[in-house]
Ligand binder design. Structure first.
Ligand code: ZN
Length: 157
């Protein structure tokens, strides 16, 4: 293991052990549950909007360190963003994880997510890393369709 691998592992374990924005918002505009049956990961997201911006976001769930750390890091990147900016962040992250994108291409808001680039070496774990992000996308899609507060679900396939 290189020093860089150690650093990245530390970032992931820190978010896994001390998840940021953990919990559930009572008055949420977006409420969405995601599951990754390939690993047993579960994520629930609640999002409160104000004037078109994400005012608060909470994550809860259980599963492997990659799924939970990725969700924790995602919540930190979303605060103060519009829903379309959030969709763009999801695309940027998924570009790194699923396509030929590199961590160096990530926008500043996602810098810490570079820690998950190593997961690309283990294709089955990529679903763990993208679970929270696909779950958020589903919540945003359902909210737009419903034009108001909504509950929705996502399943990795
Ligand atoms: Zn997992």
């Amino acid at each position: 293991m290189s020093d860089l691998d150690d650093l990245y592992r530390d970032v992931i374990l820190d978010h896994f052990r001390n998840p940021r924005n953990r919990g559930t918002l009572e008055q949420a505009d977006i409420r969405v549950e995601g599951v990754n049956p390939f690993c047993g990961d579960k994520i629930s997201l609640t999002v409160k909007l104000e004037n078109g911006l994400i005012r608060e976001v909470r994550m809860d769930g259980n599963g492997c360190s990659i799924s939970q750390a990725s969700a924790s890091m995602m919540t930190e990147a979303l605060k103060g963003k519009t829903l379309s900016e959030s969709q763009k962040l999801v695309q940027d992250f998924k570009h790194m994880m699923l396509e030929k994108g590199a961590a160096a291409d990530l926008p500043e808001a996602l810098e810490e997510l570079a820690a998950l680039e190593g997961v690309k070496k283990y294709p089955v774990r990529i679903k763990c890393a993208v679970l929270a992000w696909n779950t958020l996308l589903e919540g945003i899609r359902a909210f737009a369709e419903n034009k108001g507060p909504v509950s929705s679900t996502h399943k990795e396939e």
